[in-house]
Design a protein around this ligand. Structure first.
Ligand code: UT7
Length: 331
């Protein structure tokens, strides 16, 4: 079977830096609490009128440049987001319009912070089967327009930022190089531990004044339950992914976990036995960018020249749903 590999990476972060000190003017919080409990120092917010498809467009163009390709070379689009630009159609269609490649399939993936890995896995399968030659996978989020700046949600609002990351997946010229495997999981019994209840088709009228007054259009999170399950499942899925390829944590050159909390990632890396310098910590600068966190972090590593041919890359995520997953690749 063909092997798929990432041909190019790109990312896009809005210019506007929002520090913890700035958030402390809008919420009862402090730089000290946010850094100690989450690791976040600052995050980025878009300017008014910029949507996830705009960030995705820039990230995609950078990934295309890196791969030496044009938009017309993409023959399938997969876009992961938990902050859809509109109720429907999917944000992938808005991105496709901006890319100008009418006619190619455009799929939205709704697996929140694990969405990028679900998308990568679909792209891998399409390329392996020979169904498509070059598949765009982009994770993109605009959280800032949907956060609750009241104290009820201060444990959530301080975490999130805006951004996008993209990869182009195509056929590898070498059987040894590329995506070695992807591993996806979910457990819907935890669906209401981390969610945005409204608007929704379960409510007559989708959204009501009562739902708005109750703040049901904002994210709710049982932070402690998410934290515990995130550590457990990211360790489990990382071990599953490595052992499926006859690898151990000692083989991992770059560990790129989802960026939800620095303490989660430090705990996962330590318990796996991966040295902290091999573990990405871009949450300090960008906060939690959900589906975009992993491709942003990976793009930065690639562009810095840190990722060398032959390196083993382990990606692992955990998200609302709950969903979690991992990917292992040889660069
Ligand atoms: O990407 C999706 C996956 N998401 C995650 O993986 C997030 C997982 N969870 C977490 O990262 C942590 O649970 C949080 C960072 C969200 C919260 O940390 P925590 O240590 O679990 O704090 P807590 O919610 O239990 O709150 C501890 C205290 C409370 O005060 P009292 O009751 O002890 O007086 C909160 O009211 O900290 C208070 N608190 C804050 N104080 C200042 C909560 N949020 C804040 C805040 N600033 N922003």
């Amino acid at each position: 079977m063909r092997r798929a590999r990432i041909l190019g990476t790109g990312s896009c972060l809005p210019q506007r830096v929002v520090t913890n000190a700035e958030l402390a003017t809008r919420l009862t919080t402090s730089d000290e609490w946010i850094q100690q409990r989450t690791g976040v120092k600052e995050r980025r917010y878009v300017d008014d009128g910029i949507g996830p498809s705009d960030l995705a467009l820039t990230a995609t163009n950078r990934a295309l440049d890196a791969a030496g390709l044009k938009a017309s070379d993409i023959d399938f689009i997969i876009l992961a987001t938990q902050t859809a630009e509109h109720e429907f159609p999917g944000t992938a269609c808005f991105l496709q319009k901006k890319l100008g490649n009418s006619g190619v399939g455009a799929l939205d993936v709704r697996d929140q912070c694990t969405g990028f890995l679900y998308g990568l896995s679909i792209a891998e399968a399409f390329v392996q089967l020979g169904k498509y030659k070059r598949v765009l996978v982009v994770g993109t989020e605009v959280h800032s327009t949907g956060l609750d700046f009241s104290d009820r949600s201060r444990h959530i609002t301080v975490l999130f930022g805006d951004g996008a990351g993209a990869v182009i997946v195509g056929e590898s010229e070498s059987a040894d190089r590329g995506i070695l495997s992807t591993h996806l999981h979910a457990d819907g019994k935890f669906a209401e531990e981390l969610w945005v209840p409204a608007p929704g088709s379960i409510y007559p009228g989708r959204i009501t004044h009562k739902l708005l007054d109750e703040g049901m259009h904002y994210p709710f999170m049982n932070g402690k339950a998410v934290f515990v399950e995130a550590v457990t499942q990211m360790i489990n899925v990382s071990k599953e992914a490595l052992s499926a390829n006859g690898l151990t944590p000692a083989d991992v050159t770059h560990f790129v976990p989802h960026q939800a909390n620095l303490r989660i990632n430090e705990s996962v890396a330590q318990r796996l036995g991966i040295p902290s310098e091999r573990c990405d910590s871009s949450i300090t600068r960008y906060g939690n960018c959900a589906a975009a966190s992993v491709p942003i972090a990976f793009d930065e590593r690639v562009r810095s020249g840190a990722v060398k041919e032959g390196d083993i890359v382990l990606m692992a995520t955990f998200a609302a749903g709950f969903t979690w997953g991992a990917a292992v690749m040889r660069w």
